[in-house]
Design a protein around this ligand. Structure first.
Ligand code: G3H
Ligand code: 13P
Ligand code: ZN
Length: 317
């Protein structure tokens, strides 16, 4: 069942975080749905601009609609990840996306507000929910490159002002993470003091944590043992999700970890079976391994077992 992120956040807020997983293809879709159905966890399917143009945006739409039929027990939102204004308007008009993210975080504050406001107006008119971003994460996003030097955390006072003026439904905050596999060096980690200060100013308002992959050491070691070269890769400590969820982090974005599972499965498969050239055997293995990863991640986020309660809430409203 496709729902909006607003409905998922209403149930999760302050108790657990909903996993928002990026997908690009069939195998990721199958692994994701299998894992979430097995875990009985509500979830968010994220589609980036890059994913939409990887083959054809209609292909992913068809995959989601079909997955909805194959997995009648799945409760999920379909969300545009890091959209610009044009992509947001396109997704809103499609009538298919239940949620969009307008990422105007690289713009000056007032321009970010104005752009977000235009998207909110169009989205709300069609019942679509809007995530916006304030502050800049480190690392490299698809259309924005932010060096570590420029990366700056979200200012809590500005966050309050931004939400009030833009009318967005949830806010992606820069709280110390970055996209990709190389998030932290030394003892860096999440800035809980920033999350706490934002929550104090915006009680009950859903916050979003981008760059939340854990970059498991076991995956990195196996990739490197199979010929990879991922030096000093490091991610978010899974144990920190529960604390963040209590402080209003209701959506946790994960993409890189899925890519790592894909890379490990395929590197090991072809290392161990050099005579093989077929795509289906490693594809099947990837779907099973990705589903296993998703089950574990939903456990860490606290979303495991919540789907029946979400359904009940949906019936009441
Ligand atoms: O935050 C960015 C996401 O990981 C999406 O990555 O733009 O390469 O699809 P992508
Ligand atoms: P990761 O690179 O940590 O998986 O973050 C993904 C993300 O934030 C997608 O919007
Ligand atoms: Zn992101």
């Amino acid at each position: 069942m496709i729902v909006t992120t607003r409905e998922l956040f209403k149930h999760a807020y302050g108790k657990y975080a909903v996993g928002a997983y990026n997908i690009n293809n069939l195998e990721q879709t199958m692994g994701l749905f299998r894992g979430c159905v097995e875990a009985k966890a509500p979830f968010i399917v994220q589609i980036s601009k890059g994913a939409r143009s990887y083959t054809d945006k209609r292909m992913l739409e068809a995959l989601m609609r079909t997955a909805d039929q194959i997995f009648p027990d799945a409760v999920f939102a379909v969300h545009l990840d890091h959209g610009d204004e044009e992509a947001c308007m396109d997704c809103i008009a499609s009538g298919f996306y239940s949620s969009v993210m307008i990422d105007a975080s690289a713009m000056p504050f007032d321009e970010n507000v104005a752009t977000t406001k235009r998207v909110v107006k169009a989205a709300h008119a069609r019942g679509v929910v809007v995530e916006a971003e304030l502050g800049q994460l480190g690392g490299v996003e698809e259309h924005v490159s932010v060096s570590e030097d420029q990366a700056h955390l979200t200012d809590p006072a500005q966050a309050e002002d931004f939400v009030e003026r833009s009318g967005c439904d949830s806010l992606a905050c820069a709280i110390g993470t970055s996209h990709g596999a190389y998030k932290f060096s030394g003892s860096q980690g999440l800035h809980f003091e920033v999350i706490e200060a934002i929550q104090k100013r915006l009680p009950g308002f859903p916050l979003v944590m981008h760059g939340s992959s854990s970059v498991p050491k076991s995956e990195v070691d196996r990739i490197n043992a199979a010929g990879g070269r991922l030096k000093d890769a490091k991610g978010v400590d899974e144990k920190e999700f529960a604390k963040a969820a209590k402080l209003g982090v209701t959506k946790v974005n994960i993409d890189t970890d899925g890519r790592l599972v894909w890379c490990r499965v395929h590197r090991e498969f072809f290392r161990d079976k050099p005579e093989n050239f077929d795509l289906r055997p490693p594809g099947k293995l990837f779907m099973a391994e990705y589903a296993k990863y998703i089950v574990g991640k939903n456990g860490a986020l606290g979303s495991t077992g919540q789907v029946d309660a979400v359904r009940k809430l949906l019936k009441k409203t």
